[in-house]
Ligand binder design. Structure first.
Ligand code: F0G
Length: 426
């Protein structure tokens, strides 16, 4: 079975073993299978108990849905196998806070922060770095708001390939910078924003013959598709009505859309969930395009507390537009204060996530309030990153006067003072 690069815009096709990310027309490419794929739910369900690689990975378990790679080239931690928490308002226990907040009796969150480097990026990276190994790449690179760089640095270290990352100076959360430095990536702090770093890394990769591992690379998208396959499998292949997710560079929106369309085509599901990519108001170019029914493409000077999605000119625009259109999706925007409030609720339930991830719950709540998502709808929200990625923002929130702020008590080291502080809670 062979695969090719295909352009969703103009239909041009290219061999998959070429080093290429975009079509000659400029649009990012997609990987498609030229022959029929023979799989059933059983193919994937039968692998659930397997402890050996590659099937122990929540990415490689869905191998037939991925481009072909030899076992010898696979670089896997392994990744995936993240929890799908039932957090609807109908649940017992503290998780139900999230469903109550969103106004949804049936709600799940899929926690992609439970991946090896604590974000969803590991799913695309295992496929992208495996392809780098297959190609014999001498070095790999990416631009990043922090999670992609942490993930690439880790997988490149495992593969033994030099890694260069371009991050906007002073604008990524310290947990992510710490990971990137610690995993040994050569780290360039660019004096500019993510969009400037993204533009630069594409030029540098082309001119210095370095393999580019941003999500413009179609192999990354292929790995990220497995978020959808895994959540469908965890729901016994009964698809939810909606999947809400934070949206920045739009790779994940593109990947989930592609996955859902493929799952339906192969008969793994009979109904398509609708996608709801959620942007921050200060970084909302995709929302603005959606508001014009995609007749116009926008770019903005991005600004949001959710630094992971502080992106003004998303690379995967075309592929994400297709994902929204073909799943009957909607795009929404939420304010920074809505993101921080939703994050506090997710954290307080005992689950926790980084700020950008909370856009999914803030967005679901907004779409329920505005009547787009029916309260009877079955919704899955993707939490893309771990609570410990951005501790500054969390601590700042709890020191401030937000609705759910949990101020620490400073007391002398004496029983009486401690007792007085605890009195009102006992
Ligand atoms: N959530 C988190 C935690 C992210 O790190 C990102 C993107 C997104 C959501 C948005 O996903 O770009 O596929 O639309 N982070 C990239 C990075 C840009 O460099 O780590 P997207």
């Amino acid at each position: 079975m062979s695969h090719i690069f295909s352009c969703g815009e103009c239909g041009r096709r290219y061999p998959i073993d070429e080093i290429r990310y975009r079509c000659d027309c400029g649009a990012p490419l997609e990987i498609v299978s030229e022959g029929p794929i023979h799989v059933s739910r059983n193919t994937f369900d039968a692998r659930l108990g397997v402890r050996q690689l590659p099937y122990a990975s929540g990415v490689w378990r869905f191998r037939e849905m991925l481009p072909p790679l030899d076992d010898a080239h696979i670089v896997s931690r392994p990744e995936g196998n993240t929890n799908l928490y039932s957090v609807g308002a109908d649940e017992a226990g503290g998780f139900r806070r999230i469903g109550e907040y969103a106004g949804l009796p049936s709600l799940h969150v899929k926690h992609e922060g439970e991946n090896p480097t604590a974000s969803f990026k590991d799913r695309g990276m295992t496929v992208g770095v495996s392809q780098a190994v297959a190609l014999g790449a001498s070095a790999v690179a990416c631009a990043s708001t922090g999670n992609t760089s942490a993930s690439l640095a880790s997988y490149a270290a495992q593969a033994g390939i030099p890694c260069f990352v371009f991050v906007p100076e002073g604008k990524i959360a310290s947990g992510k910078l710490a990971q990137t430095l610690a995993y040994g990536a050569v780290t360039l702090q660019i004096k500019g924003d993510f969009d400037a770093a993204m533009k630069l890394v594409q030029e540098v990769c082309a001119r210095l013959n370095i393999y580019l591992l941003n999500s413009v690379n179609p192999f990354r998208i292929e790995g990220q598709k497995t978020i959808a396959f895994e959540l469908l499998q965890q729901m016994d292949w009964e698809p939810p009505d909606w999947i809400a997710l934070p949206a920045g560079n739009l790779g994940n929106t593109a990947a989930l859309g592609k996955a859902l369309l493929e799952a339906r085509e192969l008969g793994l599901i009979s109904k398509l969930p609708r996608l709801a990519p959620i942007q921050a108001t200060g970084a909302n170019p995709f929302y603005q395009s959606y508001a014009t029914s995609f007749t116009e493409r926008f770019s903005v000077q991005a600004d949001t507390v959710a630094t992971a999605i502080k992106i003004g000119n998303p690379v995967s625009y075309e592929r994400a537009r297709k994902a929204v259109r073909e799943t009957g999706g909607v795009v929404a925007e939420v304010s920074d204060s809505a993101i921080l409030e939703a994050k506090a609720v997710i954290d307080r339930a005992g689950i926790g996530c980084e700020p950008a991830s909370a856009a999914s719950i803030a967005g679901a709540r907004l779409l329920v309030e505005s009547g787009v998502i029916k309260p009877t709808g079955r919704v899955v929200a993707i939490l893309t990153g771990h609570i410990l990625k951005d501790t500054e923002t969390t601590v700042n929130y709890h020191m401030g006067d937000g609705l759910y702020a949990n101020h620490p008590h400073v007391v002398e080291a004496q029983f009486d003072e401690v007792s007085a502080a605890l009195e009102k809670y006992l």
